[in-house]
Write a new protein. Structure first.
Length: 474
């Protein structure tokens, strides 16, 4: 796999400089961080738990202004599929900059745009690609979700939407309306009306108090009954939207059989199925698209993050028969980002050419095994879940149980573990209920040796937060 992380022509080599405990982590803010706190909005998020001033980056490594090097298992919330400053991405950007092509084209066509579309469509499952349409959206994934909702409402003439507990689809008013997290919604009015939330299959915290196949059966039965009950209070939906693997909701993969049952239900009732693959798509789970493993085909798919090669880009891809909206029904000034299309095309072609999905399956299985070994030793590691290189580890309080007999989530200990990782040179993120799930979204090109180093740092960090009356498993 030497071709995965080329080292030639890279002016910066941080790989050998990652030194774990070489430089003690310092809480003193730099002048840049102090100005950030003074001048940036109170809505800023990542700097609160990851207070770093970054200066350089290469591959899976970033370096801060103090010279400390970190393994980046956040990777732009999954955006940096090939890591930081990958040569094929840099070459695509540089060649575009010197080509003389206009960098901003609205939705006018260019050879770069045409190549990007061709490459993306070649990666789609054949039965989806043969009659698919693509709409370029504004630069964020939220705009792709907005477009998908507008498309479905226009095509069906209906207005209500089915969404799921734990979902995250963006931070606009429309996307918050179909997202589960109540925090960002609490101070807002004017959310999308007619949204009905359904239980997402979550084996560790099943809302029906079941597990395994029984949990899947109960979930599908509930949804089927809701849609066929004339007294359910739910009008005929314009769409059903879900993440194939929930990310911000706590790294929860939808079981294949549940997705297959859901696809059958939506087809039976004529409901367009929107799959949000903004974070879980483009090789992240070990398949090019996370839904492929279940062998279903969606009606609509939203994509962003990795498809721009690290630059802002989003699209919605959908079945041709839904293409009922009028010219200008969805637009955006920055939907013609040529640099992002060039970087995205290079990224997609590299992922296919180098069999990155196979690499993700292999190293993801090793990282999963390392997380499970922590679960076996530390009783406050309650659950390990996910697919490929989209993994999560839920931290719990084993001395306290909820009403279905599961240990309660422990967000405080999760934050301590995140900080302990940061102090040892590892960047991870939190998510899920109560912020208790430690999330891993490393670049897809992370090597086996680097996975082992991540495991070592995690174990050291876990040992450091051990205590408070808890012991390792015997």
């Amino acid at each position: 796999m030497n071709a995965i992380i080329p080292t030639t022509n890279i002016p910066l080599d941080l790989r050998n400089r990652h030194s774990g405990l070489r430089r003690p982590y310092c809480l003193d803010s730099t002048p840049v961080l102090q100005r950030q706190m003074q001048r940036e909005s109170n809505a800023r998020s990542y700097p609160r738990r990851i207070p770093l001033e970054l200066s350089r980056a290469q591959g899976v490594y970033v370096e801060d202004s103090r010279g400390q090097v970190y393994i980046d298992c956040l990777a732009g919330a999954g955006t940096l599929a090939l890591g930081h400053n990958h040569p094929v991405v840099l070459e695509a950007i540089q060649s575009t900059l010197t080509s003389g092509i206009p960098l901003h084209t609205l939705d006018l066509s260019t050879p770069i745009k045409d190549a990007f579309v061709q490459t993306l469509f070649d990666l789609l499952p054949g039965d989806f690609a043969k009659d698919a349409r693509i709409q370029f959206c504004g630069p964020t994934g939220a705009d792709a979700v907005e477009a998908a909702l507008k498309l479905s409402r226009t095509a069906t003439g209906r207005h209500s939407v089915l969404a799921f507990h734990g979902a995250y689809h963006g931070m606009t008013l429309g996307t918050l309306s179909v997202s589960g997290n109540l925090g960002p919604k609490s101070a807002l009015g004017g959310l999308l009306s007619g949204v009905q939330f359904l239980p997402y299959p979550h084996d560790f915290r099943c809302p029906f108090g079941l597990s395994g196949e029984q949990s899947i059966d109960a979930n599908l039965h509930y949804i089927r009954h809701l849609l066929s009950d004339p007294e359910s209070g739910v009008t005929q939906p314009a769409a059903m939207i879900l993440e194939t693997v929930q990310g911000e909701g706590g790294v929860i993969p939808a079981p294949d059989r549940w997705l297959q049952g859901l696809r059958a239900i939506t087809q039976e009732h004529g409901i367009p199925l929107i799959l949000d693959e903004i974070q879980c798509g483009i090789g992240r789970t070990g398949d090019m698209f996370a839904f492929e493993r279940s062998t279903i085909t969606p009606d609509v798919m939203t994509l962003s993050k990795a498809i721009g090669g690290g630059l802002p880009l989003s699209v919605v891809v959908y079945r041709g028969e839904l293409d009922q909206w009028q010219p200008g029904a969805h637009a955006g000034t920055f939907r013609g980002n040529q640099l992002a299309m060039a970087a995205g095309d290079a990224t997609l072609r590299f992922i296919r050419r180098e069999d990155i999905t196979g690499h993700v399956r292999r190293v993801g299985a090793r990282l999963n095994a390392l997380l499970q070994s922590l679960q076996a030793e530390f009783e406050w590691v309650g659950d390990v879940r996910g697919r490929g290189l989209m993994l999560g580890m839920e931290i719990v309080d084993p001395s306290s149980c909820n009403d279905v007999g599961r240990p309660t989530a422990d967000g405080e200990r999760a934050r301590k573990l995140q900080r302990a990782c940061l102090e040892r040179g590892l960047i991870v993120e939190l998510g899920g209920r109560h912020g208790a799930t430690v999330r891993f979204l490393p670049p897809l090109i992370i090597s086996e040796a680097e996975i082992e180093l991540v495991g070592q740092i995690l174990y050291q960090a876990a040992q450091s937060v051990q205590g408070e009356g808890l012991t390792t498993r015997q």
